[in-house]
Design a protein around this ligand. Structure first.
Ligand SMILES: [Zn+2]
Length: 356
């Protein structure tokens, strides 16, 4: 893998679902080829553009012996020393984080994991002759983001610790969708989504700052920002949560009069609770129609560094909803409700602060 985070898929085209991205440096044997896609020995497919081909008589396989963990900067870093950087996959459960290493055989005899704010216990098993699975049993249900990188041939998994339960000092990233030449959806008057996304994001920022949060925005003006740049900002800033704000367009063949409501999108299980909570909160507190909560593989739901949610706050093309969307008083109510929802969600998912 030559890309920072190689896009592994279940088949040889972008129509196929994404698997866990492969960290830069990962090695695997090519077992098939279709067009510009390579099938790798562990089952995933990858675009040749993200790879370079090494000639070797020996397939990349690894043994793993010891594992060690350390706490740095509100994270737990777990180091898996390997002989070769092998393909990996991640699965987040209700209270587990599971990491699978392919082409790997365990000779593990010792694991050091001190008492940890996040992890209650690490279990492992050799799942198949070439697959080792590590299950991190977690102290709470909410997960706060992770990164997987290769440092030479050592795999480094960094798991973020929970933030404080109040918004004071908490970093929140807001992403006003579209901007510049990219208009987004349009209202009945031609009013572009990019404008309202920025207006509502600025109002939400004001409300969050008033509640003590530190707020970052992917854009502050009407400018074009690429999706990779937005994602890179999340990965670099490591906010406690990332929220992308949009207004919806009508699906193909949709009925403009009867399609309306708030929707929330999530991708990694760590973002599900926030998506669900905010969607319910807006529907119940503002009496908005519920368009639904969706698992969806979007550029701004895909970041794994932080729980990342995308909200579609209403349908631009619905004439009634559009009136609500552009009403300044309703915009202020909506921004306050989003900030209140975020505040309450933090209270429900973070560990209770100790009683003095
Ligand atoms: Zn949009």
């Amino acid at each position: 893998m030559t890309a920072d985070s190689g896009v592994a898929r279940t088949g040889p085209s972008t129509d196929y679902s994404r698997l866990t991205p492969l960290p830069k440096g990962t090695r695997a044997t090519i077992t098939g080829r279709e067009g510009e896609w390579l099938r790798l020995d562990y089952g995933g497919w990858i675009n040749t553009k993200e790879t370079s081909i090494l000639k070797s008589a020996v397939p990349p396989r690894s043994l793993i012996r010891s594992i060690r963990a350390r706490q740095v900067d509100r994270k737990t870093e777990v180091v898996f020393p390997l002989q070769v950087p092998v393909p990996v996959s991640v699965q987040q459960g209700e209270r587990t984080f599971t990491l699978t290493l392919y082409n790997t055989t365990a000779q593990t005899d010792i694991i050091r994991l001190d008492d940890d704010p996040l992890i209650s216990r690490l279990d492992w098993q050799q799942l198949a002759p070439n697959q080792v699975q590590y299950t991190f049993n977690l102290k709470s249900q909410q997960q706060w983001g992770y990164k997987l990188t290769y440092d030479g041939t050592s795999l480094v998994l960094s798991l973020r610790h929970p933030p404080a339960s109040s918004l004071t000092g908490i970093k929140i990233l807001l992403d006003p969708g579209h901007g510049g030449a990219e208009l987004g959806s349009r209202g009945p008057t031609g009013y572009p989504e990019k404008n309202i996304n920025l207006v509502i994001s600025q109002l939400v920022r004001e409300q969050l700052i008033a509640r003590g949060a530190t707020v970052y925005m992917t854009r502050e003006t009407d400018q074009q920002v690429s999706l990779p740049d937005r994602v890179a900002m999340i990965d670099k800033l490591e906010p406690a949560i990332a929220l992308s704000l949009h207004y919806n367009a009508l699906p193909d063949g949709g009925d403009a009069i009867n399609t309306q409501g708030v929707a929330a999108f999530w991708y990694h299980p760590q973002a599900h609770s926030l998506a669900n909570f905010l969607n319910n909160y807006l529907v119940n507190n503002l009496k908005r129609p519920n368009y639904g909560v969706f698992w969806n593989n979007l550029a701004l739901t895909r970041p794994a560094t932080a729980p990342s949610v995308l909200l579609e706050l209403g349908f631009m093309i619905n004439p009634n909803e559009f009136e609500w969307i552009v009403n300044p008083q309703e915009q202020r109510k909506l921004a306050a409700a989003i900030a209140d929802g975020i505040t309450q969600w933090f209270r429900t998912v973070t560990p209770k602060s100790r009683v003095p």
